[in-house]
Unconditional design. Sequence first.
Length: 377
Amino acid sequence: MSVACGNDGKATDHDSTLDVGTYSTQPLDSSYDDRPSYGRGVLVESLRLGARAAFGSEIAPEFSAGHGGIVLATEDGIRNADGIMAPAMAPFHPMGAFITDAAETPYVGEHDKHYELSIGLVSFPDEQSATDAAVALAQNDLGMNGKNELVGLPDYPAALSHWRPGVPNLGSWMAWKSVVIAVFVQSRQANLDQLTAFVSKAYQQQLAKLDGYVPVARDQLPMLKLDQDKLLTRLVKTNDARPDQRDFAVYSPRGFAGLGTDPVAAAREYGDAGVKAIAVSDNKYLYDLRDTAAARDFTTRLAKDPTISKFVPMAGVPGAADISCFKATQPNPTVAAARRFRCVIPHEEVVAEVFSTEESDVRQLAAAQYTVLKGAG
């Protein structure tokens, strides 16, 4: 259900009757959120946008397979992506950026003709900056090829769009309040009516998701908190506590669902289960549920989770009957790191999930995680 990696940086201090190996059972402090940080603020603003990102399968069945959601904004600036060219936006001081990708299949060959859709969201200090940035992005892309032609969208006259006749893709940019929406769509055929219909539907869905979004003032960006409820302090420390979208962050259920191959289904499942937030720390996840009953039900759901890597039960942690452990019967091609073993650890209104490439290690990690949760109350 998520991406995990690594378990280096283990500490050795612990006080537990369980076998925790060299893992620390000392709770992590919240210093990562205690001081103003521009870099942390950019990440948080990007994750706020991700919580409102539209998914490809909400646009059309041709984009049924999610290819993940990515934070494009870093402390050093914005990374390039489809429809988003960082140098063109730099003069307008972007404060956060998130992009989702989808296609007709989970895996697409580099040279295959296929359906593909990306929707990017970039926040700016004010509405004028967003308007100017949308113009700059559109003009930058338009000027890359002299054969590009402008395209109008009747339902969205403010959108700046163009395509190259005979080439089956179209790019479009539109400012909405202080956010720029960038849409790039590719089809199997150079059908302008189809391409514009896809883009119009993407705007319709994305604008609906942005309804209620409250932009942050630029001078308040360093004050944004990554972890309002201190969920990350309840996970075993296995690496530096430095805010990072993959290794140390707190996601909304929708934002976290966007990382997977079927985000609509995942978002629905999280909503039905009562998941309020998901903390990510290296190879560990903490799901915050609405109450203890929901946490118990979600524990059962995780145990039966039909992921691409099929997991079957294995022996758990001696002395901790609450912990359930599993081993994968096949590798998961959607994650960069192998995750052969996993354990699920419920405690009151939260459920932790830990992964490892080694069976003995995952049990020790689970034991340490169990101890940390018990100590946190």
